[in-house]
Design a protein around this ligand. Structure first.
Ligand code: SF4
Ligand code: SF4
Ligand code: FES
Length: 334
């Protein structure tokens, strides 16, 4: 006989500290505290709903599907962007070891009211990436009855990205978005990559250019976007792949691609990156100013500047790995 498993149900009186703000009415955002009896399984959205129904009807948040599909309910809980409808409160209270959580709206986006932000800036950046297929004439079926089929291999190039629900959690967490208004953000470059490697598409060059115009090489690969993505679509990986296809397509004349090439060339030749000379390799003659400034700073502290780094022991091993990878790549292309 199958044993019935009854999950342990717990209750905890918690304090929900929720950011409030009505532009045009409030001078600045502030916090309201609400007492909620949190039960095992209760989501952030259910708690917000409970507050709205029983304590403050003016509390404003957004949610539609309640099934982690529409991407509309993202809020920041204790500093982490999460989907309110699929995130349970009890584990967060236990993880942080106190009966209080702080809920704020997504960062880097204008607040419309309380926890609702305007996602138009993200959509505008996305629109510049041509996020749609442009017909590849070689793949158009001859008759209307035929489908444009793809192989499993072709699909696997981008299948993992198609789960993105445009929740903007990655945009809110991104280190580069924080400092660079022009930067497209993780989800938009990931979408650009998704369409660029679709065998039915013919617009790859335009999208690579659009991604470069919006900071393709500005991503610092901190991987915060990967950590917060509720759908595990790994945007930072797509950004790396987008850079690779840009280089594969012969776009070598950018600071980012020069940096990538310098890293690989140096590690192959000397086992490490020749950092003293990197600014010149990446930025051309403009890089000399950075080198001279660094050398002056070292000299000020009595240190001898050098423009050469020594070859690391074991470099032959690194060179052999390079040779092996090139061999594999050659076979794959053949
Ligand atoms: S890896 Fe790149 S895109 Fe992702 S959060 Fe970091 S800087 Fe942003
Ligand atoms: S990549 Fe992930 S975190 Fe970013 S919008 Fe898509 S689903 Fe949300
Ligand atoms: S309400 Fe749709 S994803 Fe949460």
């Amino acid at each position: 006989m199958t044993e019935k498993i009854t999950p342990k149900r717990e209750k905890l009186l918690a304090n929900l500290r929720v950011q409030r703000y009505t532009p045009g009415k409030d001078r600045a955002p502030y916090f309201d505290n609400f007492k909620v009896e949190v039960e095992t399984g209760m989501t952030v959205l259910e708690a917000l709903r409970y507050i709205k129904d029983t304590q403050d009807g003016s509390l404003t948040f957004r949610a539609f599907c309640r099934s982690a599909i529409c991407g509309s309910c993202t809020v920041v809980v204790n500093g982490n962007p999460v989907l309110a409808c699929s995130t349970q409160l009890m584990p967060i209270l236990k993880d942080f070891g106190k009966a209080s959580v702080t809920i704020t709206p997504l960062q880097r986006l204008p607040i419309l009211r309380d926890l609702v932000v305007d996602i138009d800036p993200v959509i505008e950046k996305l629109a510049k990436m041509h996020p749609y297929l442009m017909e590849n004439r070689d793949r158009i079926p001859e008759t209307l009855e035929q489908e444009s089929l793809m192989s499993q291999k072709e699909l696997s190039e981008f299948n993992y990205i198609t789960d993105c629900i445009l929740c903007s959690a990655c945009f809110s967490a991104c280190s580069t978005v924080k400092v660079d208004d022009n930067y497209a953000g993780p989800l938009t470059i990931a979408k650009a990559y998704r369409y660029s490697v679709d065998a039915r598409d013919s617009f790859r060059g335009m999208r690579i250019q659009a991604a470069m115009d919006q900071g393709l090489w500005s991503c610092v690969q901190c991987r915060k976007c990967i950590n917060v993505c509720p759908k595990d679509t790994r945007p930072a990986d797509s950004i790396r792949h987008m850079r690779r296809i840009a280089i594969d397509d012969g776009i070598h004349d950018t600071p980012g691609s020069r940096r990538a090439k310098a890293y690989t060339d140096d590690v192959e030749k000397i086992g490490q990156v020749n950092k003293p000379m990197l600014p010149v390799i990446v930025h051309g003659t403009k890089g000399w100013a950075a080198i001279e400034a660094a050398e002056a700073a070292l000299a000020k502290h009595g240190l001898e500047p050098t423009r050469q780094v020594c070859t690391l022991p074991g470099q032959e091993g690194a060179a052999k790995i390079y040779a092996k990878v090139r061999e594999i790549e050659k076979k794959e292309k053949a």
